[in-house]
Design a protein around this ligand. Structure first.
Ligand SMILES: Cc1ncc(COP(=O)(O)O)c(C=O)c1O
Length: 391
């Protein structure tokens, strides 16, 4: 490998929320934090160099996005995700994907309207719906033959005159599914017929660990293109989440204008200089790093799965097709959710995201972030094994 993913880097001096909040949020100083979705790897040196070069110029005033920012994203989507012909004016800046889906709720619905989610799902989506005074409607994922799938019949039934949109998570956090083209086609068919907007959160699009290729929802048909708002960012793929930079790709002019209106009303159009520089460098020069990252993450996943199967078979991990967040069923430990959380923090000294945070279907699960040096993953798994065996 050209790039180094093995070195353990001390993040404590960097105000990292993953590491610095340990005592404050969990009460346990020495937990290994494997919760929030960022990686304990140095980001691509090409990005670091670009940021250093920009930082060397001492004026950090308001900024605009460059041709390189737009073209980098357009080329990246074409090259890696088969989305050709994205037009530059379809791309709207957003300071983050969470900010992005909050703004789509403001743009495409009114207070009291209904927004659909597919739980268990990334919890800020639920918060966005409630914080904006909308109603959440759940279209829970089903488990069929040990794999999560969408329930289209239930979706169809749940859509009524007050339902304005669905927020899709693709790839899906936390269940780790990469939706196939055919699954997305079926979803689009229902949403198109029932006339609701699809907001497709594709922040994990580059983090594909299994055999299914990521398909942007918008490209499955011309109808999908006109109904979908695609939220993307380099933040998960390149570990630059702290630089707050993302994009909404909105081919439909009416939907785009409504989004831009909200963006303007919230005065969030400017953005962070270093976020923009990081995106340009990532999409222009970061691909070799990303390829090696994926090899390393697949290695971590195999290590994780083998370890559980051999040493802690009471824990069941779902197939992780995409993202670096393993979804682990802890039901067989025979606890309730409160005691499971307590057990992980106090006995195993591990900080995971509890399944209940992700809503319906999350009870007795833990979401485990495996994007760390293998030695750290090994130490965490050994702690887990010891704690389970002491039960
Ligand atoms: C599905 C999903 N969307 C959005 C985000 C966060 O996006 P941002 O940091 O750009 O607001 C995350 C982070 O974990 C995520 O998993």
């Amino acid at each position: 490998m050209v790039y180094d993913f093995d070195t353990v880097i001390d993040r404590l001096p960097t105000s990292s929320s993953k590491w610095s909040y340990r005592k404050q949020r969990t009460g346990v100083e020495d937990v290994i934090p494997m919760w929030v979705a960022d990686m304990d790897f140095a980001c691509a040196p090409e990005i670091v160099e670009a940021i250093k070069a920009r930082a060397a110029h001492p004026i950090y005033g308001y900024t605009v996005r460059t041709d390189a920012w737009y073209n980098g994203l357009i080329n990246w989507m074409k090259k890696r995700h088969d989305w050709s012909r994205i037009q530059r004016d379809w791309i709207c800046f957003s300071p983050g994907v969470v900010a992005g889906f909050n703004m789509t709720i403001q743009a495409y619905s009114h207070p009291g309207d209904k927004v659909i989610l597919q739980p268990p799902v990334y919890y800020p989506m639920k918060n966005a719906i409630f914080n904006n005074g909308r109603q959440m409607v759940e279209n829970p994922l089903k488990i069929v033959n040990g794999r999560y799938v969408m329930d289209y019949e239930d979706l169809e039934k749940k859509i009524d005159g007050r339902t304005k949109m669905i927020i899709l998570c693709s790839p899906h956090n936390p269940v780790g599914r990469v939706w196939t083209r055919s699954e997305l086609e079926q979803l689009v068919e229902v949403c198109e017929r029932k006339d609701i907007v699809i907001v497709s959160d594709e922040i994990h699009l580059d983090l594909i660990l299994g055999k299914i290729k990521h398909t942007p929802t918008a490209i499955v048909s011309e109808k999908a293109m006109q109904k979908t708002v695609t939220l993307v960012a380099p933040s998960k793929s390149f570990n630059v989440a702290g630089l707050t930079n993302s994009a909404a790709i909105i081919p439909n002019k009416k939907l785009r204008d409504a989004f831009l209106n909200v963006l303007q009303n919230n005065s969030v159009g400017g953005g962070n200089i270093f976020g923009a520089v990081a995106q340009e460098a990532a999409y222009a020069h970061g691909e070799p790093w990303l390829e090696e990252l994926l090899v390393y993450l697949r290695g971590n996943l195999k290590y994780f799965e083998d370890f559980l199967a051999e040493k802690i078979p009471v824990l069941k991990v779902y197939p992780l097709e995409g993202t670096y967040l393993a979804w682990v069923d802890c039901t067989s430990l025979g606890m309730d959710d409160a005691s499971l959380k307590e057990f992980m923090l106090k006995k195993a000294k591990l900080w995971f995201d509890e399944g209940t945070m992700f809503g319906n279907g999350g009870s007795m699960f833990m979401r485990i972030n495996i994007a760390c040096p293998r030695s750290m993953l090994k130490m965490a798994l050994e702690r887990l094994e010891k704690a389970v065996k002491a039960l």
